[in-house]
Design a protein around this ligand. Structure first.
Ligand SMILES: Cc1cc2nc3c(=O)[nH]c(=O)nc-3n(C[C@H](O)[C@H](O)[C@H](O)COP(=O)(O)O)c2cc1C
Length: 212
């Protein structure tokens, strides 16, 4: 997996997304998991990042995500660590929101709840994930996952528009079969199914001239 910086000023007015050179390997991926029901399927997405890109992965989980899915379980699917709080220091990542985002070539927030989208779109940094998304210098990709009523709210649409304006990337939610709620129906407003995750991620990066 390679980033390209050939397209000047492509996506991130506020981000120095490419660290120099024409192409950059994505070796380090920081995954943010927020409190959407899609979190329960995250292991397949984490596995895809490792098997397809050979990426090294650290994870940040919000409190809501950790109430849906045990951080211990997530830990089995990554070579890195799971971070829950801003004060979860390790020797390598003493100040997690700074050191994790410096380490990362790419940050992917999947699933992205309405809440995390609203917070980052409005400059609110009140937990580790929102703070990291704001501190990141690398590209940050949001994969919204919510029901269609939430998705279609004007506030939600405004927030997603604002994120794009601010240089964040969004994998536009669609009608997906992979994530089904209790209705058993296809879900409008869902993140890509895991088999589509890497292709959609690459397509999103390519669309911004960040991937060749
Ligand atoms: C079982 C359950 C499923 C949920 N699924 C979603 C969801 O798919 N999308 C969403 O935006 N919020 C969902 N929520 C609501 C969020 O968890 C809630 O807004 C929370 O504050 C999000 O916090 P976070 O963004 O810090 O993770 C769900 C809540 C519960 C209890």
């Amino acid at each position: 997996m390679h980033f390209s910086n050939e397209k000047p000023g492509c996506c991130h007015p506020g981000f120095s997304s490419i660290h120099g050179g024409d192409f950059m390997d994505i070796k380090n991926v920081l995954v943010g998991i927020s409190g959407s029901i899609g979190a329960v399927e995250i292991q397949n997405y984490l596995a895809a990042l490792r098997s397809t890109w050979g990426a090294s992965v650290h994870v940040i989980m919000t409190e809501s995500a950790a109430s849906m899915l045990q951080s211990k379980t997530v830990n089995y699917f990554i070579d890195g660590n799971v971070f829950l709080k801003s004060t979860d220091s390790t020797d390598q990542f003493k100040i997690p929101h700074i050191h994790l985002t410096t380490w990362a070539d790419l940050m992917v927030i999947i699933p992205a709840s309405a809440n995390i989208i609203g917070k980052v779109a409005n400059g609110i940094a009140d937990d580790l994930l929102s703070t990291a998304a704001m501190a990141a210098k690398c590209p940050v990709v949001f994969c919204p996952n919510m029901n269609e009523h939430m998705l279609n709210r004007p506030a939600m649409q405004r927030n997603m528009h604002q994120l794009k304006e601010d240089g964040y990337l969004i994998i536009d939610p669609g009608e997906e079969e992979a994530i089904q709620l209790s209705t058993g129906q296809k879900v409008q407003g869902a993140m890509p199914g895991f088999s589509q995750f890497i292709p959609r991620l690459e397509e999103t990066l390519r669309g911004q001239g960040l991937y060749v």
